[in-house]
Design a protein around this ligand. Structure first.
Ligand code: ASP
Length: 353
């Protein structure tokens, strides 16, 4: 009898210990998760890369760029800080830059050869690998919103031109008059290129021509990590000055202009789009992390400092990884950029440093 009792007591104690072990390891897990999510949210943005030189910039223009970058990133940061999603932070941050004529996206987009504005945008959700994109839209105030609606309210990933706008109308979007997108300096940039084309001959002015290169910056993009550990990235642009034949750049191409995957990182690109498409820039950075075990910074510099220039392209990216590490990598003279970490530490830069 005593033996049987001792046996039951021993079993009871064993089960008790096991439960304690399980619950304590669960506690550890929960604590770790809580620490990770509390500490690691963050956001990074760009407002375009290119030949951005201090000597060509007035103090007031520099201050205007910095203040808009600060306004945009702070809005996204607040969303993240209050427990909002990375998708909301990316969308809202990009909206602020789309609405500013300082950037080549939404209002202030560059002009096509025919004097119109054709807007491209894309967004990706790192949690689900769902994505949405629009290209060549002409009447949408905030193309990143429509890209998000393509992702969340259609079966598709990418819609183009009139069809994309028909979809927007069904959703109740206001169709903007094309005059909304007009900005004097972008229009003058186009006319400088057209003048040059008159001298050199039709189609003889390459995207590599300084006139075009120096007048195209301002694509906007954002990558964010939220407290739930979800990554998202988005990009919005007017493309490149004097583009024609419905040219589409990298910004609406998932994997080139935008990519996000909770297993690795979220990336938004800016630069000479043709080369970014051919180098599949945003996905390549993620793939180098996933398959080669590179850090975000190693992967970003591999692609931006080696692969893209080897083909003859230029530009940059902003990215954030699943642990909140940020990369702002570019091979041009400058890139409008800013980042904010979970402690609210803000960095805003324009030139190489
Ligand atoms: N990547 C954009 C495009 O090629 C332009 C830019 O980012 O400056 O359309």
């Amino acid at each position: 009898m005593v033996k049987i009792l001792t046996y039951f007591i021993a079993i009871f104690l064993l089960i008790g210990c096991k439960n304690e072990e399980e619950s304590s390891s669960e506690t550890v897990k929960i604590t770790e998760k809580a620490q990770k999510t509390e500490e690691n949210f963050g956001i990074v943005i760009h407002g375009g890369a290119g030949t951005i030189l201090k000597e060509n910039m007035s103090d007031s223009l520099e201050a205007a760029y910095k203040s808009k970058l600060k306004e945009a990133i702070s809005a996204g940061y607040e969303i993240l800080k209050n427990g909002g999603t990375s998708l909301d932070a990316v969308t809202h941050t990009i909206n602020i830059m789309e609405d500013s004529p300082l950037f080549n996206s939404g209002k202030g987009a560059v002009f096509t050869h025919d004097g119109t504005n054709e807007l491209d945008a894309s967004i990706m959700d790192g949690a689900t690998l769902n994505a949405g994109a629009v290209a060549g839209v002409k009447h949408i105030k905030n193309p990143i919103d429509l890209a998000r609606d393509v992702m969340q309210k259609s079966e598709h990933v990418m819609l183009y031109g009139a069809g994309a706008e028909e979809f927007a109308q069904i959703l109740g979007y206001k169709m903007m008059d094309t005059s909304y997108f007009y900005s004097q300096n972008r229009y003058e940039s186009l006319h400088r290129v057209l003048e040059k084309e008159k001298e050199k001959g039709e189609n003889q002015v390459s995207f590599n021509d300084p006139f075009i290169k120096n007048s195209k910056f301002g694509t906007v993009g954002c990558a964010a990590l939220d407290k739930q550990g979800n990554l998202a990235a988005g990009t919005s642009t007017g493309g490149m000055t004097n583009k024609r034949w419905n040219r589409i750049g990298d910004a609406p191409i998932i994997g080139a202009g935008t990519y996000a995957n909770n297993a690795t990182c979220a990336v938004s690109s800016t630069g000479w789009g043709e080369f970014f498409i051919r180098s599949v820039v945003a996905y390549d950075i993620s793939a180098l992390m996933e398959y080669k075990g590179m850090t975000l910074q190693e992967a970003a510099s591999e692609v931006i400092q080696k692969k893209v220039p080897a083909l003859g392209g230029d530009g940059g990216i902003v990215a954030i990884d699943k642990d909140g590490n940020v990369a702002m990598e570019f091979n041009t003279a400058g890139m409008y950029r800013a980042t904010m970490n979970s402690e609210g530490k803000l960095i805003i830069k324009i030139y190489k440093e």
